[in-house]
Design a protein around this ligand. Structure first.
Ligand code: HEM
Length: 538
């Protein structure tokens, strides 16, 4: 859709589209002077030496030397596309957000990613996938920074550096690049049994997405929606792919990894170029907002738990279609900056301790990754509404701020808009009740159950999916050097399901331990079984 047209100060702007297109009758320096020759440096005679006064050589080399920026600390490898979200209007009754009004069309930018691999790693590694959506709404940007797995490894954001340190390559040998087949990963998840639920999803076929176009997306955390009268509901957000959920089998993933490490990004770009636009439905699970923030015995603030769909059906609220590829990977896919606190009136966060830590982390990491505090001015990050802030100066400032009084209220630049009768009611902070509290470093008891939902997931799988999952555990744990770690993980599996533990133990040639918790019978979730129903029973 061409260059951006609204500056951070709300003024009309934008680079002319002909800039930097590689064509044209002549090259210029960065400051617009014509370059006569970019193939030969200036030398004192044909055999040198090279002259320091060759500004074009120095500028060209200086810029090249600084082309790289740090890759994301997680989710470094990704692919993205533009599209549109169209609202059905069905969420209007619980959220005042303008982009959820019936018929509202909102431009979006979606970045899919793996989590652990570096920027140059392979697409088809066994991993969680990121599914981050930026909605450029008429009330500012709303970012839904989700994953393709509905739960997370940890319950408290203070553990995020730990789980990522354990999942990233070993600090000594820098292996493995992008897989969960190593001692530190299994050391962590066997010591932190709250990670077992996310891990079993990773070991299932869900860890081997067939295509970004065929993945679900989950907001994971519970969010709060606010209607026009200020009444609130708790919600979980889901993306449902129109193409259905599909996975690779392990052998396909391995072959693809070698034959085409760019498989997922190629698949996404080729499909869009061919006009086969991928689409998803956004859906909500809605829960009453009460002081307990529990639903059917499930703590809604515990990000290691999902709410089965037969207990709270996912209600469709709109459709997203991705229909335009990025034109420059670095400018868009690499420089996009998502943030869980990019919220709009009608949507708010909750006290989920993982979400709270994310609110700090994204701004902080982007400050160094994108080289200073002005990354929201980058074209891909700018909202599609005027910006009128008091943020000034800093590295890479590109806004031409006018006026003399960057403070509020003032009498010199026309006063304060908030005092001039503008209706700000939608922007008022929510009145939430904060119970009388004492400072603690502990989890609530409702976070204690680490196994029953992993067991529910395992028992919802079809036989062939169970086979794949058990094989994946045996393969990945087979790469672990330390026997004590394998034994500890087998104990966690015993607490999930005796049969699963036995199959994996057989694969590892180790005895299966007895469970240390009561392994109760649970009904498999029909919603989860539906997901599994699509694979042939080989
Ligand atoms: C990316 C931190 C949990 C989804 C990132 C980045 C950081 C981070 C630092 C790199 C951002 C950048 O450089 O722009 C954290 C922390 C977490 C957490 C501290 C927990 C306390 C989660 C969870 C999800 C998630 C639970 C999914 C619901 C993503 C996605 C990206 C990302 C999709 C990639 C965004 C993109 O494509 O640019 N996270 N994360 N993260 N995170 Fe998290």
């Amino acid at each position: 859709a061409g260059p951006r047209t609204v500056s951070p100060t709300g003024q009309e702007t934008g680079n002319p589209p002909e800039v930097n297109q590689q064509g044209g009758a002549y090259l210029t320096t960065a400051t617009g002077a014509r370059v006569r020759d970019t193939n030969h440096s200036l030398k004192a005679g044909p055999r040198g030496p090279t002259l320091l006064q060759d500004h074009h050589l120095r500028e060209k080399m200086m810029h090249f030397d600084h082309e790289r920026i740090p890759e994301r600390v997680v989710h470094a490898r990704g692919a993205a596309a533009h599209g549109t979200f169209t609202s059905y209007g069905t969420a209007e009754k619980i959220s005042r957000a303008a982009f959820l009004a019936k018929g509202a069309e909102t431009p979006v930018f979606v970045r899919f990613s793996t989590v652990l691999g570096s920027r140059g790693s392979a697409d088809t590694a066994r991993d969680t996938r990121g599914f981050a959506t930026k909605f450029y709404t008429s009330e500012g940007n709303f970012d839904l920074v989700g994953n393709n797995i509905p739960v997370f490894f940890i319950q408290d954001g203070i553990k995020f550096p730990d789980v990522i340190h354990a999942g990233k390559p070993h600090p000594d040998r820098e292996i493995p690049q992008a897989q969960s087949a190593h001692d530190t990963f299994w050391d962590f998840v066997s010591l932190h049994t709250e990670a077992q639920h996310h891990t079993i999803w990773n070991m299932s076929d869900r860890g081997l997405a067939r295509s970004y176009r065929m993945m679900e997306g989950f907001g994971v955390h519970t969010f709060r929606m606010v209607d026009a009268d200020g009444a609130t509901s708790l919600v979980k957000l889901h993306w449902k792919p129109k193409l259905g959920v599909h996975s690779l089998v392990w052998e396909e993933a391995l072959l693809t990894n070698g034959v085409d490490p760019d498989f997922h990004r190629r698949d996404l770009a080729d499909a869009i170029e061919a006009g086969a636009f991928p689409s998803w439905e956004l859906g909500l699970q809605v829960f009453p907002d009460n002081d307990e923030q529990m639903f059917e015995g499930i703590d809604l603030l515990d990000p290691t738990k999902l709410v089965p769909e037969e207990l709270a059906p996912v209600q469709p609220v709109g459709e997203m279609v991705l229909n335009r590829n990025v034109s420059n990977y670095f400018a868009e896919t690499e420089q996009v900056a998502f943030h869980t606190a990019h919220l709009v009136p009608g949507i708010d966060g909750t006290d989920d301790p993982l979400l709270q830590a994310r609110h700090f982390s994204y701004l902080d990491t982007q400050l160094s990754r994108l080289g200073g505090p002005n990354f929201d001015q980058l074209p891909i990050n700018r909202p599609h509404v005027p910006v009128n802030d008091m943020l000034r100066d800093g590295a890479h400032q590109s806004a031409d701020h006018r006026g003399v009084a960057p403070y509020q209220p003032n009498t010199l630049d026309g006063g304060c808009p908030f005092m001039a009768g503008a209706d700000m009611s939608a922007y008022e902070d929510l009145a939430v009740t904060i119970p009388a509290s004492r400072k603690v470093r502990e989890n609530p008891a409702s976070f204690d159950d680490h196994y029953s939902q992993a067991r529910m997931f395992w028992r919802s799988l079809s036989p062939v999916e169970q086979h794949h999952t058990a094989q994946a555990y045996a393969f990945e744990l087979g790469k672990v050097y330390e026997q004590v770690i394998k034994e500890r993980q087998l104990l966690a599996l015993a607490n999930i399901d005796t049969e699963l533990c036995q199959i994996v133990a057989n694969g590892l040639g180790l005895p299966a331990p007895a469970a240390t918790v009561e392994v109760a019978d649970v009904d498999p979730s029909p919603a989860l079984s539906q997901v599994g129903g699509q694979w042939p029973t080989d």
